[in-house]
Design a protein around this ligand. Structure first.
Ligand code: PMP
Length: 352
């Protein structure tokens, strides 16, 4: 049998295994920060109609620049369509950013523990990755961020707010300090922005006057559209021009564009789940703290908690009770997604 070792694979990919959380068929799946609520009937119908309307024209390529979809996304964010770019998930957006601004001979920096795809996307694009660290409370101070920038002079810096896997949001002072000190592009990954607690700021407010700032967002979480694969960015129009140099032509299918537009048109119905999910998030935090566990503050739809021992064994024992959570590789900690009240019940009971 041929193995990977027999193939002329790039050296930096040797020994790696493909990234991805286990997709196991268990009753309670709280491991990938999906939205647990299914798409409501009215939205299912609207997406179905929108897809049907595209079918006869599938002999043609889609709008390469996805202008109508970008216009709708811009309306949602309150920015101009020329400031928005869309792709198959924010993972693809970030890959395009690294293709345009990273690459061989260039460096990207992030502050761990954070989203594990950032270093993997760096690897895939031949970008050197530097992993700086957050503080013991998973926070990041302007001083620590600026010191890391001064030391490594990265071409791209990734900030993640609210941060995966910790849930921690960044103080706007950190983003401001990084914008002042960064020699290159500043990417703020805001995949979980819609779940932020009142008073938590988005980096969108810093876009005016900062042409090297990129805010990435997704419809995978709050919109409950993970299977639709739609991520996007907001930045200066020049950044959009830059990613257009590296995107594949027609990367967003006509079906994806139509489905995403229909979903956006029904955003009130889709985003109606956000408050319910935040309530479960806050309930999990309060309940676990009540049980004496250490829990990170969360502005996202998940909670990172300390199990007080071997997290791999705890993960397995929860799975044995039908509850799938995420072992993010942080010794002693596990991450659980906030879903429906029934899922929270099942998780808390299994944890008992
Ligand atoms: N950023 C962060 C911080 C995430 O947690 C995720 C999803 N796990 C993504 C980006 C990517 O999501 P998508 O590609 O579905 O938009």
């Amino acid at each position: 049998m041929t193995t990977l070792d027999d193939l002329p694979l790039r050296d930096e990919l040797r020994g790696l295994t493909a990234y991805g959380a286990p997709q196991l068929d268990v009753a309670v799946r709280l491991n990938t920060n999906e939205n647990s609520y299914p798409v409501p009937d009215a939205v299912v119908e609207a997406i179905g109609k929108a897809l049907h309307a595209e079918l006869r024209d599938l002999n043609r390529y889609p709008d390469r620049d996805a202008v109508a979809l970008r216009t709708d996304l811009a309306g949602y964010l309150g920015v101009e369509p020329a400031q928005v770019w869309a792709a198959n998930g924010s993972n693809e957006i970030q890959q395009q950013l690294l293709q345009a601004f990273g690459g061989p001979g260039r460096t990207a920096l992030g502050f761990g523990p954070s989203y594990s795809m950032h270093p993997l996307l760096a690897k895939g694009t031949g970008t050197r990755w530097v992993g700086a660290l957050r503080g013991p409370d998973f926070g990041l101070t302007p001083q620590a961020a600026v010191a890391a920038l001064a030391e490594h002079r990265p071409d791209v810096v990734f900030l993640c707010s609210p941060n995966n896997p910790t849930g921690t949001a960044l103080d706007p002072a950190v983003v401001d300090a990084v914008l002042d000190a960064a020699p290159g592009m500043v990417v703020v990954d805001e995949a979980y922005a819609e779940f932020a607690r009142p008073g938590t700021a988005s980096a969108l407010a810093a876009l005016p006057g900062h042409p090297r700032l990129v805010v990435t967002r997704t419809m995978s979480k709050a919109f409950g559209f993970a299977g639709g694969r739609l991520g996007y960015l907001a930045a200066d129009p020049a950044v959009v021009e830059a990613v257009q140099l590296v995107r594949l032509p027609y990367h967003l299918s006509a079906l994806t564009q139509a489905a995403a537009r229909a979903a956006l048109a029904h955003r009130d119905a889709l985003l109606a789940t956000v408050e319910a999910i935040k309530a479960q998030r806050d309930r999990i935090v309060a309940e676990l703290r009540g049980r004496g566990l250490t829990v990170a503050d969360s502005d996202a739809n998940f909670v990172l908690f300390e199990v007080g021992g071997d997290q791999q064994a705890a993960w397995r024992r929860l799975l044995d009770r039908g509850v799938l959570v995420r072992d993010v590789g942080l010794p002693g900690w596990l991450r659980v997604t906030a879903g429906t009240p029934e899922e929270t019940d099942a998780f808390l009971e299994a944890l008992s």
